[in-house]
Design a protein around this ligand. Structure first.
Ligand code: WAQ
Ligand code: MG
Ligand code: MG
Ligand code: MG
Length: 254
């Protein structure tokens, strides 16, 4: 049996309402790993660079085998940039190469640039017109219920690429689920962790393109845009993102 373990934490609110988001995490693990997963999430919420959380919520839930589906991990490539403007130009080019219109690519980048505070989820945007499709305001759409299918194998692979930290590990799993979504053309992301300046453009066509510098150091605002094909059923899309359990495999063999 598999278990979903989720954590969210904040600082300065009351009973978890309001205040500033500190960090969130989620894993899907076998029963024997539940306890240590909970402990490592607790630690993370209290030692985060965004601050030490004063509210931490952890949820543990069984996942029935029949609810699980699988997708392949996106192949990874890297574009080296040395400052934000260069990173944004690279991101725009990658989005267009993945099938996003030039107008929508510019709008996506501008939408994240315009945020004054980080959202919890992503903006869903029409990849042709650049129109925002989700009606979720500052919350956006969360992609949830995903993990690597085999943690040890995945971590070894990431370490082998020199990408051992939490950020690339979690982002590549998320980006793989997103790219696999019904209608996804591409994804744009940069972190809300102040000192984490690397972002990416993900797509089913080209994979996960890390862009080494996408924002200024110290900037606590990040975000995500999911670009979808014109005509995508947004309710179905949101349901896939939030509720479908997806495990990411490194190859078709396992
Ligand atoms: N679903 C949808 N949107 C999300 C989610 C989610 N599960 N988690 C975060 N976001 C949105 C939200 O607006 C955040 O403010 C923003 O994305 C950034 O989230 O290879 O750390 O978790 O080294 O800060 C990229 C790694 C790291 C690049 C991205 O994002 C690499 C990162 P963060
Ligand atoms: Mg995160
Ligand atoms: Mg955030
Ligand atoms: Mg973050």
């Amino acid at each position: 049996m598999l278990y979903s373990v989720k954590m969210r934490s904040s600082l300065g609110g009351t009973h978890g309402k309001g205040g500033r988001h500190i960090s969130g995490a989620e894993r899907i693990v076998s029963e024997d790993l539940v306890d240590e997963t909970v402990i490592s999430m607790m630690r993370r919420a209290r030692e985060h660079e965004r601050g030490c959380a004063d509210f931490i919520q952890v949820k543990v839930e069984e996942v029935p085998d029949a609810a699980v589906s699988y997708c392949l991990m996106l192949p990874l490539y890297q574009i080296d940039t040395s400052e934000k403007s260069e990173g944004h130009r690279a991101a725009e080019a990658e989005l267009i190469r993945a099938g996003v219109s030039p107008l929508a690519a510019r709008r996506g980048i501008a939408s994240l640039e315009a945020l004054e505070d980080s959202m919890r989820g992503a903006i869903v945007m029409d990849a042709e017109t650049g129109e925002r499709l989700d009606g979720r305001g500052e919350r956006g759409v969360r992609c949830s219920n995903m993990d690597s299918a085999d943690t040890a194998e995945y971590e070894a692979k990431m370490r082998g690429k020199g990408l051992g930290g939490d950020h690339p590990r979690e982002a590549l799993v998320l980006a793989s689920k997103v790219a696999h979504g019904p209608g996804t053309v591409a994804e744009l992301c940069w972190s809300d962790d102040p000192d984490y300046v690397t972002g990416y453009v993900g797509s089913p066509l080209h994979g996960y393109g890390r862009i080494t510098v996408m924002k200024d150091k110290g900037d606590p605002v990040g975000g995500r845009v999911f670009f979808v094909k014109h005509g995508t059923d947004v309710a179905l899309y949101e349901d896939y993102m939030q509720n479908q359990t997806v495990l990411v495999r490194l190859s078709n063999e396992t």
